[in-house]
Design a protein around this ligand. Structure first.
Ligand code: ATP
Ligand code: MG
Length: 254
């Protein structure tokens, strides 16, 4: 069975899409057939990797308008990387999640199971919040990894998420694992960042990772590229960023 990972916190702008996309690229570059499913109605992951709007999207698959294989797109620049996209414009996934999804909360879980025959690894990119769509995607995963930014209220946000997740797992009889957090956009020179990292570590509840602040992520996204393969004036990701991504990649698929 392939492993399915969702990167999630209910808060917006913490790096869910950046980390999902970057780790999907890393897995594909390592030679694993990797599928990234864009479960976010904003479609940010899809607009990062796809220059043209494909014919079908995730919402079409969920509504039985096409087969999953018709909607999955191979990313030409990154061998072994595939995306099941969502178009931000049009709002089909949003409409579906506000209407029919209520009757079929396990539909994403069933889809992931079906796709497991064709892929080694699956990554889900979710929108912020904890509505029906995010819940369906979370219970479709084997593991949830929480990215957060090193800000004042970030640990409060994590507590809220832990609480909500506990309830969701109980209600949906889910065994999904939640043992890792990532402090994203980390800057060692900033005391508050160091303090938040130390507090997260001291709680002893999570394996805590750090991804440095690195402007190359945004530049690679603007250029529709994998961050690992993109360079601006001969410069790619910082060495510390590459190391952080590789460490995560080694740990999370085991
Ligand atoms: N480590 C990093 N260093 C610098 N910039 C980063 C880093 N991680 C993410 N970013 C930038 O921060 C912004 C928000 O990141 P991203 O879109 O991944 O967050 P998100 O959690 O998916 O947001 P949303 O909740 O809207 O889906 C993007 O412009 C991205 O390029
Ligand atoms: Mg996002």
């Amino acid at each position: 069975m392939p492993k399915t990972i969702a990167f999630h916190l209910q808060k917006g702008g913490v790096g869910k899409t950046t980390i999902s996309g970057t780790l999907a690229c890393q897995s594909a570059l390592d030679g694993f057939r990797t599928l990234a499913i864009d479960c976010d109605p904003q479609g940010n992951l899809s607009s990062w990797f796809l220059k043209n709007t494909p014919e079908y999207e995730l919402a079409d698959v969920l509504q039985g308008r096409c087969f999953s294989k018709d909607a999955i797109v191979a990313i030409p620049d990154v061998e072994n990387l595939f995306i099941l996209p969502t178009f931000g414009i049009g709002g089909t996934l949003k409409n579906y999640s506000e209407t029919k999804l209520a009757e079929e909360p396990f539909i994403i879980q069933d889809l992931v199971k079906e796709l497991s025959e064709d892929f080694d690894r699956v990554i889900l990119d979710l929108s912020p919040g904890l509505g029906r769509l995010e819940r369906s995607a979370l219970i479709a995963s084997d593991e949830i990894i929480t990215p957060m930014t090193p800000e004042v209220f970030s640990l409060d946000g994590l507590e809220i998420f832990i609480d909500e997740l506990q309830r969701l797992k109980k209600n949906m009889r889910s065994q999904v694992k939640h043992t890792r957090i990532i402090i994203n956009s980390y800057d060692e020179r900033i005391r508050q960042h160091r303090d938040i990292y130390s507090a997260a570590e001291a709680s002893g509840r999570f394996h805590v990772y750090r991804i440095p602040v690195d402007p190359l992520f945004r530049k690679a996204q603007e250029a529709s590229k994998a961050p690992q393969l993109y360079k601006v004036r001969g410069r790619g990701l910082k060495a510390a960023t590459v190391e952080a991504i590789q460490q995560l990649d080694r740990d999370i698929w085991m």
